[in-house]
Design a protein around this ligand. Structure first.
Ligand code: PHE
Length: 432
């Protein structure tokens, strides 16, 4: 068991089901773009290793399985790291051709304003049954007829790669190129429709905010999206969708053609189709201009009362920004150990020093455990190896800031002191 009580206490929150919570409103907005799909929003987050990894074809040595990245409750049981954990069971239930699952997911990761160890994902899939085609229509024709029913849009989509690439994005043995072209078109048009709906809502909110501020609606740049090739153990071919936002390409979802093995093992060998997974926090942050992921967990009425499912999306108005308090901690790693990077998004987390012992995610987790949501950011700012002893020294900079009040120096000193002590006790480091 490597799951702290601070993480377990998030389980009952179910933000995606709280009325008028921005995560729930975002979920509903996306669901509304998939008419006829069935919605499943009550799946409990405790799943088996089989559900989370094995059923999806994750190799035995996949980094995602490690205790540095995933919360284990025991050897066979984890807090799901993605909503894909429910794919096989949902296919097996074979209730509807299209379904959506929204749920909380858990990952050990870096701490900053866009990463939190608990977040929410939506999984979606659409399959077609080869054995029940109408009126002698081919499968490909049936799917193309469904593609024609998706609302069209006029945004610019970059999609430079062929649907199928023999090395980078291969076709599956049991599929024909003709079928997969049709399914890929259905997948891409469906998800483009979601992104267009979200960004037009976000734009309306931004324009309203500009007018409220006494300005005029500025000339908005047209929405730009692009498809890039991707890899997931349970889909092929696979893609990610990226959206241009404030000058950067932002990954909003992963998707692909479901591996036939997964469908066969789920007792529906006649079905084939697509699946996607997207992070709801990231979309909600764009939609409402929410600047810090910790805000979603706030119970402060100044946050919660700003959202109303029955009204058009309005931008979040930050309540004043309270001052930050920055503190460093430097320590020697225990002599026998070395540090290993995870799948983290921080440059520092991907630096690999070895494979056993100290892991940066342990520092992150202790910071959250000791200081709660008062930690905004934890970053490696310096590291070096002593030329004589060969010992490694690390310096982490923690940025403390409460979202709802000014922290006093006294309480911060006490918290930081406790954080330092816990680093010694739990990770065996030596403070410098
Ligand atoms: N589960 C994947 C993730 O969390 C996303 C995904 C879902 C990709 C479904 C393909 C199909 O990154």
């Amino acid at each position: 068991m490597n799951t702290p009580s601070s993480i377990l206490s998030a389980i009952p929150r179910r933000l995606h089901l709280q009325p008028d919570h921005p995560i729930a409103i975002t979920r509903q907005l996306i669901e509304s773009r998939f008419p006829g799909f069935s919605y499943h929003n009550e799946h409990f987050p405790v799943v088996t290793v089989e559900q989370n990894f094995d059923s999806l074809g994750f190799p035995a040595d996949h980094i995602g399985r490690s205790r540095t990245d995933t919360y284990y409750l025991n050897r066979e049981t984890v807090l799901r790291t993605h909503t894909s954990a429910h794919q096989a069971d949902t296919f097996r239930a074979n209730q509807s051709a299209g379904w959506l699952i929204s749920a909380d997911v858990y990952r050990r990761d870096a701490i900053d304003r866009s990463h939190y160890p608990v977040f929410h994902q939506m999984e979606g899939a659409r399959t077609w049954d080869r054995s029940s085609l109408e009126g002698g229509k081919s499968l490909a024709q049936t799917i193309w007829d469904d593609v024609a029913k998706i609302p069209s849009h006029d945004i610019k989509v970059e999609d430079p790669n062929p649907t199928i690439h023999s090395e980078r994005n291969p076709l599956q043995e049991s599929h024909s190129a003709e079928e997969i072209e049709a399914i890929a078109a259905h997948l891409k048009r469906s998800l483009e429709d979601v992104v267009v709906a979200i960004f037009s809502a976000a734009r309306t909110a931004a324009t309203a905010a500009a007018v409220d501020a006494g300005g005029t609606a500025s000339e908005e740049k047209p929405l730009k999206v692009r498809w890039v090739e991707a890899y997931f153990p349970f889909t092929t071919p696979s893609w990610e969708l990226e959206v241009e936002w404030q000058g950067d390409w932002l990954e909003v979802l992963g998707c692909g053609i479901v591996k036939q093995d997964l469908l066969n093992n789920s007792g529906v060998p006649n079905r084939l189709g697509w699946a996607f997974g997207m992070g709801l926090e990231r979309i909600a942050m764009l939609l409402y201009s929410i600047p810090d992921i910790r805000l979603f967990w706030s119970t402060d009425p100044r946050f919660l009362t700003q959202f109303d499912a029955s009204r058009p999306i309005q931008r979040f108005v930050p309540f004043s920004k309270y001052p930050a308090c920055v503190k460093d901690v430097s320590f020697w790693l225990p002599t026998s150990s070395s540090a290993a990077g995870g799948h983290g998004q921080n440059a520092s987390a991907t630096t690999t020093f070895g494979t056993q012992g100290f892991h940066e995610n342990d520092v992150m987790e202790l910071a959250r455990e000791v200081c709660g949501d008062v930690v905004e950011d934890v970053r490696l700012v310096d590291e070096f190896v002593h030329p004589k002893t060969g010992r490694k020294s690390m310096c982490y900079r923690t940025n403390y800031r409460a979202l709802d009040r000014t922290l006093t120096n006294q309480e911060m000193n006490a918290l930081h002191h406790e954080f330092r002590q816990q680093l010694v006790q739990r990770l065996g480091v030596e403070l410098r």
